[in-house]
Design a protein around this ligand. Structure first.
Ligand code: ATP
Length: 990
């Protein structure tokens, strides 16, 4: 398939084609230009050809960072910069020593080199190697993270409704091609540029593209000057903009990088890589430690030189360099990044897509989960079970969305009579017939039979669109009302769309061209029929007559009371109830096409003086897994709340069934909430867990009230108007399946399966991530403190005069080895620790607690001191012992080795705060065992393999020395385990 036109050549390189001013064409010209067929849509073969020609409808990820940017970014890290500084100083010292040697021996520099007066600058070289390695590792991690993010972006890529192969399908936005006909409605993000073919009240927010804050009212019958600016092209829609209101049928004109958004090449990133508060805090900590260590260097060097004399300057500089390296936890940032990345991956496996990284951490401290009802707590499979008309009750039977089943009248005593035959419905029960007609006409969903579904037990009947409306189409099918036939016979002329604020929708259809099955027999000679459906209370207020059989009669106060009573009866069974009404009209009211909210209830409001048809009660069963998830929430100290647009009795029945509310608990309605001051609401949110008939702005008030009470609130939402509440909530959660793009854009997390249980699972993962971060922060920083204290105490304990040579127990190289390898590997393994059994049996951690809270800071300092005391004791012993041997320098290797081995024991012990090593299941996190074994072997290689010995400045330990190292290291583990036993005893005693 090729498209030949003067403006668009049929080359695969369509980007090179001259752009068309689509706004200057009328719909027909645009259709011809693109060889499109709006009635049937393109065929699959045409779509394939056009995809090959134009490429997928994707924007190149221009917002992402280039390879070089990521790589250079690694070396901007303050810790690495400090290491580079240390390497330069260390190299300078070696050069200085060489220069001094040549001076003393009266040699030229070249002779000095030849005679080996210049020591090999291995510390400096090794530091450079480590800096480069660290940078490369960081780069690999980050580019993997960027890849993972773009994979996540694809997961959240929007779906679009298109007309293809003579039917309406839902496809991935990236599969759109020029010539496709897409159907857009409120809440959608427009997926490609296009020429509008049809619309109803279409309003689009184009701020993303034009910067214009006000939504734009779109129009069809306009052809504009080719020079018209972007913001004034009222007959076009643009990729990346948002449909605020109404619906439209749009011919796709440009896709991918050829869209206006593609042209200005600003991608709206759907997944944001923000730093988490913890990462920010760690960065600040890193900066503080680097500054602190610099101050320490200056103090030790200046103070030491002053006290000990200029001749010790070099030794003091070496000590201080080691300390500077020891203070900084070089391995920590990488481990945190990996842990967060692993956490988000585990969450995706459990169907929660994290859009903003800080959410991973915040999830661990969530105290309240505010959830929608429909679709999140319930299955969102609407099955109509009952109809309540003026003087008729009907029981509805059938399976799922299958449009087959029966309509059985029920008498006042509850006796079920023979079903009304569909063929005679119009004569036998004209009111039911009219109600079913309103169900089909006032409907935007599509009921389809997918014959390719061959799974046993799975129904081929499925809906595209809102399940509530799908349920109504299935109901209409039971009376033989076929959607396709009806929408052709009674074409829609205008509509006032549904929104969660209005809680109702109305359509205006033309009845003057209808054939034999005309509704005129019941509705009279109307040219236009208005059909409305929505919240029964709200719709009833707008009715002044009621349909009784084939006649409409005035609605009396007794009728109203009766209808509301029946509504309550259905709702208290947990059914979702909709009211239906209609009105015959002589002509289309001018307000129908541009209905403004301020018209509500005014004389010009078309939604007035309606004729009440009846109530439809639908079963939307709770999701089976939610009861257990609610119970887990409660055990975890998290309060589940239901905030729904549905009726209070429906909400209450479902909330009680799920355990969110108890018998007798209060339900607060939107109307009551409206009358409350924010102070009163704050007081109420502490007690009330179910909110019904609320609007999106009430959700915002509820979140604010909860937050004012110090709660950390997660809030779900799916509509366009939910965006402010989602942004305000600590964790805004959007629905992956039914959610609008606007809500997803505003959210921190998207539920890929729309399921409440997934929120609880994500919360659990958030807690695991936080626990693991605390675990390895404890592990890494505890030993850092130990290292610093040991190095600092060496010059005090071992008299300089005796050592003669250097007095630094640990060289910068050895410290880097410990921080990055012997600490780093087990820390990574600790990041993989599975959830502890009690992770959802304890309250959430306090919202604003720092990472060092709950004893972590004290633990680090305590363990650091224990490390230092034990290592210093070993240093004293080993120094004296080694002086009597033929390898007097081995005391340093002993200090180095025992610190490493003690950390191995620490890694095993730190896995649990309460269980002893022997009580833990080693196989529940085999990575710890593997990393400990591997690291121990590497350490032994450093001590015993000659090339490594000379590089790392170690010497082989004899058997006694090795045993002593083990013994001293064991002391540290004994202390940690002793602490656990003491705490157990202490808590038991209390
Ligand atoms: P939740 O807030 O838990 O998702 P909900 O679906 O009831 O529940 P909304 O979508 O805000 O919340 O709907 C509010 C009310 O509007 C519904 O209870 C119903 O009475 C009415 N309603 C829902 N969908 C439609 C629709 N497609 N057409 C007309 N009225 C509707």
């Amino acid at each position: 398939m090729t498209i030949d036109s003067p403006a668009r050549t049929a080359t695969p390189n369509a980007a090179a084609a001259k752009p068309v001013a689509w706004h200057s064409l009328d719909p027909q010209a645009a259709i011809e230009q693109l060889q499109a067929r709006p009635e049937t849509g393109l065929s699959s073969a045409e779509v394939r050809d056009r995809l090959a020609q134009y490429g997928p409808n994707e924007l190149e990820d221009v917002g992402g960072r280039s390879v070089w940017e990521i790589l250079l970014g690694q070396f901007g890290d303050i810790m690495l910069l400090m290491l580079i500084g240390v390497a330069f100083v260390s190299a300078g010292l070696d050069l200085f020593e060489g220069w001094q040697g040549t001076q003393q021996a009266n040699l030229s520099l070249a002779e000095g080199f030849q005679q080996g007066k210049f020591p090999f600058p291995k510390d400096a070289l090794a530091i450079f190697v480590i800096v480069i390695l660290n940078g490369t590792l960081g780069y690999l991690q980050e580019s993997r993270a960027e890849k993972a993010l773009s994979a996540l972006k694809k997961l959240s890529s929007p779906r679009v409704r298109v007309q293809r192969d003579q039917q309406v399908l839902e496809v991935d936005a990236k599969e759109l091609v020029p010539g496709d006909v897409m159907l857009i409605e409120a809440g959608n993000q427009v997926a490609a540029d296009g020429r509008i073919l049809e619309l109803a009240n279409l309003q689009i927010q184009e701020a993303a593209l034009t910067g214009e804050a006000h939504a734009v009212d779109k129009q069809v019958n306009l052809t504009l000057d080719p020079e018209t600016s972007l913001g004034d092209r009222l007959n076009l829609v643009f990729q990346g903009t948002e449909v605020i209101q109404g619906r439209g049928k749009v011919l796709v004109t440009e896709t991918g990088m050829r869209t206006e958004l593609g042209k200005i090449a600003t991608m709206i990133q759907s997944v944001e890589a923000e730093e988490t508060p913890l990462q920010q805090r760690m960065e600040q900590l890193g900066k503080a430690l680097v500054t602190g260590s610099m101050v320490l260097v200056v103090l030790v060097v200046v103070g030491g030189t002053f006290a000990l004399g200029w001749e010790n300057f070099r030794k003091l500089l070496e000590v201080s360099l080691s300390m500077a390296v020891a203070v900084v936890p070089e391995g920590l940032p990488a481990v945190i990044t990996v842990t967060l990345a692993l956490g988000t991956q585990r969450m995706v496996r459990r169907h929660a897509l994290i859009r903003k990284l800080p959410a991973v951490e915040t999830l661990g401290s969530v105290t309240t989960i505010c959830s929608d009802k429909t679709g999140t707590l319930t299955q969102n499979k609407m099955i109509v079970q009952a109809l309540e008309l003026c003087d008729r009750s009907v029981r509805v039977t059938g399976q799922g969305y299958e449009p087959f089943g029966s309509l059985q009248p029920v008498d006042a005593a509850g006796q079920v009579a023979e079903p009304i035959p569909a063929e005679t419905l119009v004569q036998e029960a004209p009111d039911v017939y009219l109600l079913l007609s309103a169900c089909v006409l006032c409907n935007d969903a599509i009921l389809q039979c997918d014959k390719t579904v061959t799974d046993r037990g799975k129904s081929p009947w499925m809906i595209i669109g809102d399940p509530t409306e799908g349920g109504l189409l299935a109901l209409a099918g039971k009376g033989n009302l076929n959607q396709e036939e009806w929408t052709k016979r009674y074409p829609r002329a205008a509509e006032i769309p549904f929104s969660s604020d209005r809680k109702r929708m109305s359509v205006f259809v033309r009845t003057d061209q209808a054939g034999p099955l005309s509704l005129a027999a019941i509705t009279g000679p109307a040219k236009v029929l208005m059909a409305s459906k929505g919240s029964p209370e709200l719709l009833l207020e707008r009715c002044d007559r009621v349909q009784s059989g084939a006649q409409a009669r005035p609605l009396t106060p007794a009728d109203r009371a009766d209808i509301l009573e029946r509504n309550n009866q259905l709702a208290s069974k947990g059914l979702r109830v909709l009211g239906l009404a209609y009105k015959p009209l002589d002509q289309l009211p001018p307000e129908a096409n541009n209905h403004a909210p301020e018209q509500n209830g005014s004389a010009t409001d078309p939604e007035q003086n309606l004729i009440w048809l009846g109530l439809v009660g639908m079963m939307d069963a709770p999701r089976p897994e939610v009861s257990e998830a609610v119970a887990r929430c409660r055990m975890a100290g998290i309060r589940p709340m239901m905030i729904t647009g549905d009726h209070q009795l429906t909400a209450k029945a479902i909330a009680q069934e799920l355990g969110i509310a108890a018998e007798g608990d209060r339900v607060l309605t939107g109307t009551e909430l409206e009358k409350m001051t924010q102070g009163e609401l704050e007081e109420a949110v502490g007690r009330v867990s179910v909110y019904a008939r609320v609007s999106p702005e009430h959700k915002l008030r509820i979140v604010k009230a909860l937050q004012h009470q110090g709660k950390i609130a997660a809030m779900t939402g799916d509509g366009v108007n939910d965006a402010p509440a989602l942004k305000q909530a600590n964790i805004g959660i959007a629905m992956g399946i039914t959610g609008t793009d606007a809500s997803k854009e505003a959210s921190d997390m998207v539920l890929l399966d729309d399921n409440f249980a997934t929120i609880v699972a994500a919360t659990e993962e958030g807690r695991v991530v936080y626990d693991n971060i605390r675990r390895f922060v404890k592990y890494i920083l505890g030993s850092n403190i130990g290292e610093v204290l040991t190095i600092a105490s060496a010059p005090l304990i071992i008299p300089i005069s005796q050592v003669g040579g250097d007095l630094v127990p640990l060289t910068p190289l050895q410290i880097l080895w410990m921080n990055l390898v012997t600490d780093g590997l087990p820390a990574l393994a600790l990041a993989m620790e599975p959830a502890s059994p009690d992770v959802m049996q304890r309250p959430p951690h306090a919202p604003h607690e720092g990472i060092f809270a709950r004893g972590l800071g004290a633990y680090m300092v305590r363990i650091g001191i224990v490390f230092a005391v034990v290592t210093i004791a070993l240093m004293v012993w080993s120094y004296n012992y080694a002086q009597g041997t033929n390898h007097p320098e081995s005391w340093k290797t002993m200090v180095f080795t025992s610190l490493c081995i003690a950390q191995m024991g620490h890694a095993l012990a730190v896995r649990s705060e309460t269980k002893l090593i022997v009580e833990m299941n080693m196989l529940s996190n085999p990575y710890v065992l593997w990393s400990v074994t591997l690291t121990t072997l590497l350490q032994l290689a450093l001590v015993y393999l000659p090339p490594l010995q000379s590089f790392f400045g170690t010497s082989a330990l004899d058997f006694t020395e090795l045993l002593v190292c083990l013994g001293f290291s064991a002391l540290i583990v004994v202390w940690i385990e002793g602490e656990k036993l003491f705490l157990r005893w202490f808590w038991n005693k209390r």
